[in-house]
Design a protein around this ligand. Structure first.
Ligand code: ADP
Ligand code: MG
Length: 698
């Protein structure tokens, strides 16, 4: 406890019960600490003045110095507006008021110099500054300095707690904090990283004296925030690894060996071999495996998953493979079934649509150990799904599963089964460190041999005839073509019509009998879908028109062209996934992004990124910049995103530094025994006590 920082905000001069209530409900500010941690989102330099002539082009707040030359009112009643012509010699601009005119007008003077602060806006084709802040220049105390701007809300603004109001509260609090803000980081760490002290940083972040101070203060506060996050992640990892016993899989086992020597359709890549070795090591360690497997689209993660499962099975355990959608689970089931066609491994599929009778039988076979490998969706997590002896769980496309779901799988056996998590597309490094910082990471950094890089081209509607011409050329060479349309829940009917229109247009331009065109979408009966898919797989049709159902898993090496319609509506990782459907054979492949003429800046950037690179890791970094971590990781993970000052899309270097520091500290003093780390021990204990998820493993 820190009495001062924990003081209720109600006791700050200028707050009182009513405002305190609002600060709590609107911004979650309960205490002095909370107020101090309500950081500015922007600063403006109030020490310099813009010229009136430049003001409209600043595109931000401006500060002006000059005189009022004339005052006039326009309109009447509720529509009355007050205009004051303002000049500094370089030009003039109107200051405008829509409200409070009766108070403002009598106070405006034409005989003094004013300091004006506001944001120019266009109003009836003229640049104006509505409701500016004004002060008589000679009276201005603080002619220099940076002004902080704070997030606020409508309700708070109505009670005078707009940015300026919050600034005032903080200005009341700051003079009281001297010597009352304890340092949270040990001295050695502060020294080593040249950090500002906590107290200084808190003062400087609110009342900076220079740009440089802002940078230093923000760096210090971000570092601290990210450091404790990384320390927590590493401790989790440590505790899982040391306290949670794991099954030992002594050997690779008969199944693995039989598959490896007799049924493996191709040589493993070195990267795949390396990853299997890492997993093998975990299996021998006696500790619980918690590993993240990252690899680009098409890098061969499924095969690694299968080999991993076979090791478990060969050691007398059962294995489970979980995917986020039914389509993906079904595709895994199919491809693994064909891999294992000539082997004595019993596998089954469990998805939402699995019939009750089949389920009952399946549950029984899981319990008596007849089934070796269960593949499925979230359905696997249900409590009724119990295993005889589950030893390894593999989760595909983890970013849609939360930490809590991971923990649920641990409970499926008395000793938690090993866990391998695979991502569909690479995750940016900073996010991986933050969201999966408690996991060990393996990376497949190599694609199977023989893959030719895919040429990606961005084209507009006006190029459609040429596109069709190109498709004809490719088909004449014996290749097949995908044409993919977006189908998004929110605009389903419209999207569906577009898909059908597109299908018709293609059928007209590629008439039978010379051309065969397939169509696959979510509204078709499964058996029809299957039939059409099979025709394309067997090479009986030339063009596959589809929605994103083919986003994942489909494998037709002869398909060399991927046309993505309305590509601007897809996210980067989805585009990258789709592109991954081609380039699987020996032929040169193409991905053509079709878009409308007018693109948002962001959409433009997505197209450019796709055209420039085939590297999923690079693409994920751009995706992070464009979308931010929240959208990228899904909402379940938002708890981790409760960051007050850091921004995972921009502060990657600080994340890395924080992680290095946390690692270094833990390797030197894993049990927090050294006197110099006592402060950290107290801090981290406090943090861990406040985290619900910690309980399971601590
Ligand atoms: P992803 O990592 O995207 O899940 P997949 O596991 O679906 O990739 O593999 C993509 C394709 O590459 C599949 O057709 C798979 O059979 C093939 N593949 C996997 N490993 C190898 C390899 N070592 N050599 C050649 N082809 C491979
Ligand atoms: Mg995959």
């Amino acid at each position: 406890m820190n009495d001062f920082l924990d003081t209720s905000i109600e006791f700050l001069k200028g707050v009182g019960p009513q405002r305190a209530q609002l600060l709590q409900t609107e911004l979650g500010i309960f205490t002095f600490r909370d107020l101090l941690e309500h950081y500015p989102f922007r600063y403006l330099d109030r020490s310099t003045y813009h010229s009136v002539a430049d003001a409209p082009y600043v595109d931000n707040y401006v500060q002006l110095r000059g005189k009022i030359t004339g005052i006039r009112e326009i309109g009447s009643g509720r529509h009355k507006k007050l205009f004051a012509r303002f000049t500094d010699g370089s030009g003039s601009i109107d200051l405008v008021w829509f409200q409070g005119i009766q108070w403002i007008k009598p106070n405006l003077r034409t005989d003094v110099e004013y300091q004006i602060f506001g944001k120019p806006k266009v109003f009836v084709n003229q640049w104006n500054i509505p409701h500016p802040e004004m002060a008589i220049f000679a009276d201005v105390q603080n002619k220099t300095g940076l002004q902080a701007f704070y997030p606020s809300t409508e309700k708070l603004t109505a009670k005078g707690l707009h940015s300026k109001g919050i600034e005032k509260l903080i200005a009341t609090l700051i003079p009281q904090i001297s010597q009352k803000i304890p340092e949270t980081l040990p001295d050695w760490m502060v020294q080593e990283n040249h950090l500002m002290s906590k107290e200084k940083a808190l003062i400087a972040v609110h009342q900076p004296k220079s740009e440089q101070q802002i940078q230093q203060a923000r760096f210090r506060l971000k570092f601290e925030e990210l450091f404790f996050l990384q320390l927590e992640m590493l401790l989790r990892k440590e505790v899982t690894a040391t306290k949670m016993k794991g099954f030992v899989f002594e050997e690779v086992g008969n199944q693995f060996n039989a598959f490896y020597s007799n049924h493996l359709p191709f040589e493993l890549t070195n990267a795949q071999k390396k990853v299997i070795k890492e997993i093998r090591k975990d299996f021998l360690s006696g500790k619980h495996m918690n590993r993240l497997l990252q690899g680009d689209v098409g890098s061969g993660k499924t095969l690694v998953a299968l080999l991993t499962a076979l090791i478990g099975i060969g050691n007398g355990f059962q294995a489970a493979l979980m995917a986020p959608t039914e389509i993906l689970a079904s595709q895994h089931f199919e491809s693994i079934s064909s891999f294992l066609a000539n082997m004595d491994v019993k596998i089954a599929l469990l998805i939402g649509s699995t019939k009750k009778a089949a389920r009952i039988e399946l549950h029984e076979k899981l319990l008596n150990g007849e089934l070796n490998l269960l593949i499925g969706t979230h359905a696997l997590l249900e409590d009724v799904v119990q295993f005889k002896n589950l030893g390894i769980v593999i989760i595909d496309e983890q970013h849609r599963f939360g930490v809590a779901q991971r923990a649920k799988m641990w409970k499926k056996n008395t000793t938690p089964p090993h866990v391998l998590i695979m991502t569909a597309t690479p995750i940016p490094r900073t996010l991986a460190m933050t969201f999966y910082g408690d996991l060990d990471v393996s990376v497949i950094d190599e694609l199977p041999p023989g893959r030719k890089p895919i040429s990606t081209i961005h084209r507009y509607e006006s190029h459609r005839l040429r596109l069709f011409g190109f498709m004809r050329e490719q088909i004449a060479l014996g290749r097949q073509v995908y044409v993919v349309y977006p189908l998004i829940k929110e605009s389903e009917t419209l999207d569906f019509n577009n898909l059908m229109d597109g299908f018709e247009a293609i059928s007209r331009s590629f008439p039978m009998p010379s051309y065969q065109v397939s169509i696959v979408h979510g509204k078709m009966k499964p058996e029809d879908k299957d039939f059409e898919m099979q025709r394309f797989v067997k090479g009986e049709t030339h063009i596959m028109v589809a929605t994103t159902v083919i986003e994942v898993g489909v494998n037709v090496p002869n398909a060399s062209v991927m046309v993505i319609e309305s590509a601007e509506r897809f996210g980067l990782s989805q585009l990258h996934q789709l592109r991954g459907r081609v380039g699987r054979g020996a032929e040169k492949s193409y991905c053509i992004l079709m878009t409308g003429d007018k693109l948002s800046k962001e959409a433009q950037k997505r197209m450019e990124t796709m055209v420039q690179t085939n590297d999923g890791f690079e693409i994920s970094e751009v995706d992070l910049q464009l979308r931010g971590p929240g959208d990228l990781m899904g909402t379940q993970q938002s708890g981790v995103l409760d960051l007050k000052i850091s921004n995972l899309s921009k502060d990657g270097q600080i994340v890395t530094l924080a992680r290095e520091m946390a690692k270094k500290m833990l390797s030197e003093d894993p049990k927090f025994e050294m006197p110099k780390n006592q402060l950290l021990k107290n801090q981290i204990q406090k943090i861990l006590r406040s985290k619900p998820n910690w309980g399971r493993i601590a």
